[in-house]
Design a protein around this ligand. Structure first.
Ligand code: GDP
Ligand code: MG
Ligand code: K
Length: 280
């Protein structure tokens, strides 16, 4: 039969392992447990004529080079190239969870969002137009309740249809504003002219990570024959961003991502009305 390799990616406690266990019949540890070793678990299941090979990855808040978990997840995605990523997002903490989503979008891999903890969202009394957010991000969003199994068949159907429609991967671009976009454009042009690639990262992602000062990416570029040239340009652009925006480039990129998310949530998430508000 046809095989689809799927990776579960998301913040710690978003419900990745719950979905993994329910879907694959595994019995991995669920809850506030932080393992000592960073590794991934594999499980399989069959659905509608497909064999799914699921991988439960360590929880991460971002895809930079800060923690071993982040490096592990990023290199897993780039090297192992799962057919489809399921980004497990906790609906109870959308702003924080969607930060990782913006970085995953930039990796330009086939992806589906499991809007998990959907029961918590409903309990909170807030209304979330996830269909509109799905259109804004150009990523399917499927509500799930990981610990009960609600939504999992729909999630698997969505994975199949994304996998079958390959070629049409995400075309949404996270915008960083005039100053940073100018530097991104310059870096992309230089990377392209020098035919410089790293870790099979999309060019725009590579440009952004260089401008952010990502150590791992920097080390890979340094040993390239055009590396010194690229890093010299990168340093110039970082100075330009810092001078114009009066903040360090790394924070500038982080803030822009949060700004993008805040804008998207402003249009799609309504806070509960004051009458529904329980102040205790
Ligand atoms: P992981 O860190 O992403 O693997 O998250 P886990 O699967 O370990 O889940 C973290 C906690 O959230 C556990 O206590 C789960 O039982 C709980 N949980 C998982 N999915 C849901 C859900 O959809 N709704 C609710 N209310 N709790 C959930
Ligand atoms: Mg887990
Ligand atoms: K956990």
């Amino acid at each position: 039969g046809k095989v689809i390799r799927v990776a579960l990616v998301g913040n710690p406690n978003a419900g990745k392992t719950s979905i993994f266990n329910l879907a694959s019949g595994a019995h991995e540890h669920v809850g506030n447990y932080s393992g000592v070793t960073i590794d991934s678990k594999e499980g399989t299941l069959r659905h509608n004529g497909y064999k799914f090979i699921l991988t439960d990855l360590p929880g991460t808040y971002s895809l930079s080079a800060y923690s071993p978990e982040e490096l592990y997840v990023r290199s897993y995605i780039l090297n192992e190239k799962p057919d489809v990523i399921i980004n497990v997002v906790a609906a109870s903490a959308l702003e924080r969870n969607l930060y990782l989503t913006t970085e995953l979008i930039e990796l330009e891999r086939p992806m589906v969002i499991a809007l998990n903890m959907y029961d918590e969202l409903e309990k909170s009394g807030r209304h979330f137009d996830h269909r509109m957010l799905s259109e804004m991000l150009n990523v399917p969003i499927i509500p799930t309740v990981g610990k009960k199994g609600f939504g999992i068949p729909d999630l698997l159907e969505s994975v199949i249809s994304i996998h079958e429609s390959r070629g049409g991967t995400n075309s949404v671009t996270i915008p960083y504003g005039r100053v940073m976009e100018k530097s991104i454009g310059i870096m992309c042009r230089d990377l392209s002219a020098g035919n410089v690639t790293a870790m099979e990262m999309p060019r725009r992602y590579l440009a952004i990570k260089l401008l952010e000062g990502d150590r791992e990416v920097e080390d890979v570029i340094r040993v390239h024959n055009r590396g010194e040239e690229i890093l010299a340009r990168r340093n110039k652009e970082r100075d330009y961003i810092e001078k114009l925006l009066k903040e360090d480039p790394e924070s500038a990129f982080t803030n822009s991502r949060y700004g993008f998310i805040a804008g998207a949530l402003k249009e799609t998430l309504s806070e509960k009305t004051s009458s529904e508000d329980s102040t205790t």
